[in-house]
Design a protein around this ligand. Structure first.
Ligand code: ATP
Length: 368
């Protein structure tokens, strides 16, 4: 870690208060959803940090709180030395030129009534950028993301799912940001199209010197694009490591279980894997002690009362941390023997060079 990360998140909390009904409010019966509960991480310039975990673990809320799309309850978010949580709304709007987001579902995140050209142009208009050159810039951005510029006057429904996500990426690039949050950018897409979009993001990162926070629930996707990975469970980071280290030497039982969920073609290895049973508990009523203990195959009595902190893994390199009181008792590198190899095969290079085909029949569903 350098002393000068682009993004530094410290002690971030986001609690939602639920008191839906009139009676609840009258009785003061608030219920607190601890969606993000004390998360800290840095992202270096030019780095891609992956945030992974099951649905409901708090990944999107972490990203939204970093961008102040949800106001953080507590904690600091330092971006290039500026504490975002202390900025006025006007200052934050100004800062959003530098920080953009790509959403999961391009179908719902693009305005159906606007042409893709208008959609890509809009951030430039909001921020008063590229006056007089916006049309030319739309064409250039469409080319950059692999879409023919002559289709800029078409509507989102005339494009396929993968192409719509390219439009979402072009929109994010329009204001020339240096940091992009990609919130499950390929989850809604077919696997072969996922590879194209991941490859595009890889290329763009290099071309535009981007720093990325990449959110996914699928470790295979994370493996392909991320330099480092933070594993989230019930609002907390339970493991943080370089991507190679995480895949070859997973420490937290939750990470091991997530790795075990990656499809395993070798029957012998498939039998060895840990199965993750049950669901993420409600953040309205988290378990005491380690929040993973009710589902953890390694849990002991102590785990029901001791809340583990995210500590350095003994003997590991590259800032590998895990939040588990039993971590030093586990066998090193004993996660899922060929998980890394499976993932590499799934996103093999053959999947990467397919040219996008534009949908011209108006259905726009050929590559989802
Ligand atoms: N606006 C909100 N009001 C109340 N609870 C919320 C709100 N937004 C999120 N939550 C809750 O916070 C928890 C974390 O949700 P979040 O969407 O951040 O998880 P996630 O890991 O991104 O999952 P997913 O992949 O399904 O989006 C969930 O229990 C969710 O129901």
């Amino acid at each position: 870690m350098s002393d000068d990360p682009l993004l530094s998140v410290s002690g971030l909390h986001k609690y939602f208060t639920q008191n839906d009904g009139f009676i609840d409010r009258l009785l003061g019966a608030d219920e607190t959803v601890k969606a993000v509960n004390g998360v800290s991480f840095d992202i270096e310039r030019g780095e891609t940090l992956g945030l992974v975990g099951e649905s409901g673990s708090g990944k999107s809320t972490t990203a939204r709180s970093v961008l102040r799309l949800d106001e953080p309850t507590k904690g600091t978010v330092s971006y290039d030395g500026t504490d975002l949580t202390a900025l006025s709304d006007r200052e934050m709007t100004e800062m959003r030129k530098r920080i953009q987001i790509v959403f999961q579902d391009p179908a719902s995140s693009l305005n159906r009534r606007k042409t893709v050209g208008q959609i890509i142009k809009q951030p430039m208009e909001i921020h008063g950028l590229y006056k007089g050159e916006r049309d030319a810039r739309v064409d250039e951005l469409m080319e950059t993301v692999g879409l023919p510029p002559q289709y800029s006057n078409r509507y989102p429904h005339e494009f396929s799912g993968g192409q719509r996500q390219r439009v979402g990426i072009a929109r994010a690039l329009a204001v020339d940001p240096d940091f992009i949050v990609a919130d499950e950018p390929v989850s809604a897409l077919d696997v072969s199209i996922q590879a194209q979009i991941l490859n595009l993001l890889d290329d763009l990162q290099e071309e535009f010197d981007l720093t990325l926070l990449f959110i996914a629930h699928d470790l295979s996707v994370i493996r392909h694009v991320c330099d480092r990975v933070a594993v989230m469970y019930l609002g907390e980071i339970v493991e943080l490591a370089d991507a190679d280290e995480l895949f070859s030497n997973p420490q937290h039982p939750y990470t091991r279980a997530l790795l075990g969920a990656i499809p395993q073609p070798v029957p012998e290895l498939a039998r060895q894997r840990q199965v993750l049973e049950g669901e993420v508990p409600s953040p309205l009523d988290p378990p005491s002690g380690c929040s993973f203990n009710p589902r953890c195959p390694e849990a002991t009595e102590e785990c029901t009362s001791v809340d583990p902190t995210l500590d350095d893994v003994a003997g590991a390199t590259g800032g590998h941390k895990a939040a588990c009181i039993h971590v030093d008792e586990f066998e090193t590198g004993a996660g899922v023997p060929s998980a890394a190899q499976d993932v590499d095969e799934r996103f093999s290079i053959e999947n990467f060079d397919a040219e996008p085909t534009l949908v011209t029949d108006g259905r726009g569903d050929d590559d989802r």
